[in-house]
Ligand binder design. Structure first.
Ligand SMILES: CC(C)(COP(=O)(O)OP(=O)(O)OC[C@H]1O[C@@H](n2cnc3c(N)ncnc32)[C@H](O)[C@@H]1OP(=O)(O)O)[C@@H](O)C(=O)NCCC(=O)NCCS
Length: 174
């Protein structure tokens, strides 16, 4: 089985892939609650097996503030594998490739993602660590929806310890 991980900017993403991702999103995130997310990532990360798209995630480059200091974050969002391709390691492969890309190409100090309790073990096996928050992010109507974020996880990419304190994403969440 030949598995490739490809990185596309928004401009470079083939239109047919965009349509595939929209369909996957409806299946993988059926009850996207009322948080307004950053929908367009800086990098679309597509995994193919035998040339067929099988898994996806987005990378969001953001300088956030953690404990009052600026931190270069590589945000990971929209991690999804459609049901027929799950359990084959495709998301794990994509997450490992994304971590190397954020570290070596983007110069991110930490990866950051938000998730639910069920996936702490999945991300944990790939080196992600749960951090306590609190977290803050922008919403178009000005509401504070930080309580809806269950789990915040970070991935150290530059050998630095995660700073204590409030995590301000300085924009919409991902
Ligand atoms: C989570 C998801 C991306 C995993 O994709 P995948 O390509 O199957 O991932 P991998 O094959 O690399 O790893 C699978 C592992 O994910 C974990 N996992 C996936 N879904 C899980 C769930 N609902 N509960 C617990 N563990 C889960 C398991 O540990 C599984 O390990 P196993 O193969 O030993 O059973 C996929 O299930 C998905 O798209 N889910 C819906 C969207 C979603 O929740 N995305 C994450 C947002 S933070």
């Amino acid at each position: 089985m030949t598995v490739h991980v490809e990185f596309y900017t928004e401009e470079d993403l083939p239109r047919s892939i965009g349509e595939t991702l929209t369909a996957w999103g409806q299946v993988c995130f059926p009850d996207d609650h009322d948080i307004t997310w950053t929908y367009t990532p800086h990098w679309h990360v597509l995994t193919r097996a035998e040339r067929q798209p099988v898994s996806y995630l987005g990378i969001f480059e953001r300088t956030g503030m953690v404990g009052g200091k600026p931190v270069r974050l590589g945000g990971i969002g929209s991690v999804m594998t459609p049901p027929e391709h799950r359990g084959m390691g495709y998301s794990s492969t994509a997450l490992e490739a994304a971590a190397a890309f954020m570290r070596d190409r983007l110069g991110s100090t930490f990866g950051l993602l938000v998730t639910g309790p069920k996936l702490i073990g999945f991300y944990g096996r790939l080196g992600w660590q749960r951090v306590p928050g609190p977290i803050r992010f922008w919403q178009p109507d000005g509401a504070d929806r930080s309580e809806r974020i269950d789990v915040i996880m970070i991935l150290p990419l530059a050998g630095e310890p995660w700073p204590d304190g409030l995590i301000d994403l300085c924009g919409l969440p991902w």
